[in-house]
Write a protein that binds this ligand. Structure first.
Ligand code: NDP
Length: 445
C-alpha cells in the first residue's frame, strides 16, 4: 500500500475502531484519489479527504413498537448525514438484522460519490435499522415504520434530507413511513422517494436501479463493440434490483440463468423469461417466499447456502449485498470466461476480488457508478414533486438512460489507462472532484 494511503487509513481506523466495512469503503476510494490529490495540492491544503470521512452528523435513536402479541420490541434506528455540499442528504434506509453503524457509514460514504456522479444536486446519506421485516405481519411492519418515523421526522425534510428504500425497505415500508411523516408534520412534501404512483411517486423508480445497471453494462459492452445479444448472465439476489436487471437483460436479448437469496441460488439454464419473472415478483414481493420455490416450480437446480458465481457466464450482476464476491469467486468468474461485472448491489466485491477483475482487465463497473440509476431517478422524483407534476414513463426512462451514459463517460474520462478503463478509479475521481470543489467554494464548514 502507498505510504500516504497507509498513514491516512491508520488515522481513519484509530478514529473509527471496529468499523471494518467503513474502513474498506474509505480505503478503496483513498487508493484511487490519493495520487490525484498529490497532483492537485488545493485539495490537500483544504484537507478535503479528512473532512469527507467525517460525517456531518450521525443520529442514533431508540425505536420501540408493539408486536401482534402485545409484546414490546425495541430496535435501533440510524441516519448518517454524510455530506450536503452539493444538495440535500439523499440515500436509502436499510432494514436488516445485520445493520450496524459501520455498514451505514460505508453506504453513506459511497452514496456521496454516487450522487455526485449522477449529475443531479444531491448530497449523501444513509440510514436504517436492525429491524428484520422477514416473518413480520403487515401490521407489525406498520407499527415499526410509524415508530421509526416518529423520531426520524425531526431530522429530515424535502430540502434537508430525503431518504429512500434499500434492503428490506420497498413500497410498503415507504408508504407507512410517508403516512406517519404527513400525520406528524401536517405537510405533503417530497420527503421520501420510492413513493406510490398516486401519492407523488415517479414512474420507473422501482425499475431504475436494475434498468440503470443494465444500461451501464450496455455502455461498457459498447466499448468492446459488444451487446447483450446472446450473452448468458448470472444475477444474485432476487429483490428489487435483481428483478429489474433480469427484465432489462431479457428485453435486450440476453439470458439470465440464476437468482438467489440468503438461503441459496437457483440455476435455470433455459433462462428466466417474462413469465418466470412475473412468478418471481409475486413470490418475493407479495408472498414473501424463498427462491427455492422457483426451482421446485420450474424443475431446475437449487444450490443451498451458495452464491451463483460458479455457474458459467459472460456477464455477472451481483445484486444482493456487500462482500458477496470473494477473491476465489472472482477468479472462478474470470476462469469461466466472464467478461463483465456490473454491481447492482453496494460493494458486493471484496477488495481482493476487485483486484482479480482489474488485473484481468475485464469490464468491471463498481456499484457507485453501475447502480446509481436508482438514486438518479429518486432525484427525478424530487424534481417532479417540487414542480408538482409528473413525467411519462418514456421521459423518465430517457433521462435515466442519458444519466447512465453520462456516468459512463465520466468514468472513462478519469479512468482511461491506454485501452483499458479502470472504472473504479474513474468513478472515485469523478465523484470526488464535484463535491471537493463545492466544499472549497463554501469555505470551512
Ligand atoms: P431487496 O431487499 O429488495 O432484496 C435484497 C436481496 O438480496 C434479497 O434477495 C435478499 O435475500 C438478498 N440478501 C440480502 N442480504 C443478504 C445477505 N446478507 N446474504 C445473501 N443475500 C442477501 O433489496 P434491493 O434489491 O433494494 O437491494 C439489493 C442491493 O442493491 C443492496 O446492496 C442495496 O444497497 C443495493 N442498491 C439498491 C438500490 C435500490 O434502489 N433499491 C439502489 C442502489 C443500490 P433474502 O430475502 O433472503 O434476505
Amino acid at each position: 500500500m502507498d505510504k500516504s494511503v497507509e498513514e491516512f487509513m491508520t488515522k481513519v481506523k484509530d478514529k473509527n475502531p471496529g468499523e471494518k466495512e467503513f474502513h474498506q469503503a474509505v480505503q478503496e476510494v483513498v487508493e484511487s484519489i490519493m495520487p490525484y490529490i498529490q497532483k492537485n495540492p488545493k485539495y490537500k491544503k483544504a484537507k478535503i479527504l479528512e473532512r469527507m470521512v467525517e460525517p456531518e452528523r450521525v443520529i442514533i435513536f431508540r425505536v420501540p413498537w408493539l408486536d401482534d402479541k402485545g409484546e414490546i420490541q425495541i430496535n435501533r434506528g440510524y441516519r448518517i448525514q454524510m455530506n450536503s455540499a452539493i444538495g440535500p442528504y439523499k440515500g436509502g434506509l436499510r432494514f436488516h438484522p445485520s445493520v450496524t453503524l459501520s455498514i451505514l457509514k460505508f453506504l453513506a460514504f459511497e452514496q456521496v460519490f454516487k450522487n455526485s456522479l449522477t449529475t443531479l444536486p444531491m448530497g449523501g446519506g444513509k440510514g436504517g435499522s436492525d429491524f428484520d421485516p422477514k416473518g413480520k405481519t403487515d401490521n407489525e411492519v406498520m407499527k415499526f415504520c410509524q415508530s421509526f418515523m416518529t423520531e426520524l421526522q425531526r431530522y429530515i425534510g424535502s430540502d434537508t434530507d430525503v431518504p429512500a428504500g434499500d434492503i428490506g425497505v420497498g413500497g410498503r415500508e415507504i408508504g407507512f413511513m410517508f403516512g406517519q411523516y404527513r400525520k406528524i408534520r401536517n405537510e405533503f412534501t417530497g420527503v421520501l422517494t420510492g413513493k406510490g404512483l398516486n401519492w407523488g411517486g415517479s414512474l420507473i423508480r422501482p425499475e431504475a436501479t436494475g434498468y440503470g445497471a443494465t444500461y451501464f453494462a450496455q455502455e461498457m459492452l459498447k466499448t468492446k463493440g459488444e451487446s447483450f445479444k446472446g450473452k448468458t448472465c448470472v444475477v444474485s439476489g432476487s429483490g428489487n434490483v435483481a428483478q429489474y436487471i433480469v427484465e432489462k437483460i431479457h428485453q435486450l436479448g440476453g439470458k439470465v440463468v440464476t437468482l438467489s437469496d440468503s438461503s441459496g441460488s437457483i440455476y435455470d439454464p433455459s433462462g428466466i423469461d417474462e413469465k418466470k419473472l412475473t412468478y418471481v415478483m409475486e413470490l418475493k414481493n407479495v408472498q414473501r417466499g424463498r427462491i427455492k420455490e422457483y426451482a421446485e416450480k420450474y424443475k431446475c437446480e437449487y444450490v443451498s447456502g451458495k452464491t451463483p458465481w460458479h455457474f458459467k457466464c459472460d456477464c455477472a450482476f451481483p445484486s444482493a449485498t456487500q462482500n458477496e464476491i470473494s477473491k476465489e469467486d472472482a477468479q472462478t468468474l474470470v476462469d469461466n470466461g466472464c467478461i463483465l461485472v456490473a454491481e447492482g448491489a453496494n460493494m458486493p466485491t471484496t477488495p481482493e476480488g476487485v483486484e482479480v477483475f482489474i488485473e484481468n482487465k475485464i469490464l468491471y463497473g463498481p456499484g457507485k457508478a453501475a447502480n446509481a440509476g436508482g438514486v438518479a431517478t429518486s432525484g427525478l422524483e424530487m424534481s417532479q414533486n417540487s414542480m408538482r407534476m409528473s413525467w411519462s414513463r418514456e421521459e423518465v426512462d430517457k433521462k435515466l438512460q442519458w444519466i447512465m451514459s453520462q456516468i459512463h463517460n465520466s468514468c472513462v474520462k478519469y479512468g482511461k489507462d491506454g485501452d483499458f478503463v479502470n472504472y473504479v478509479k474513474g468513478a472515485n475521481i469523478a465523484g470526488f472532484v464535484k463535491v471537493a470543489d463545492a466544499m472549497i467554494d463554501q469555505g470551512l464548514i
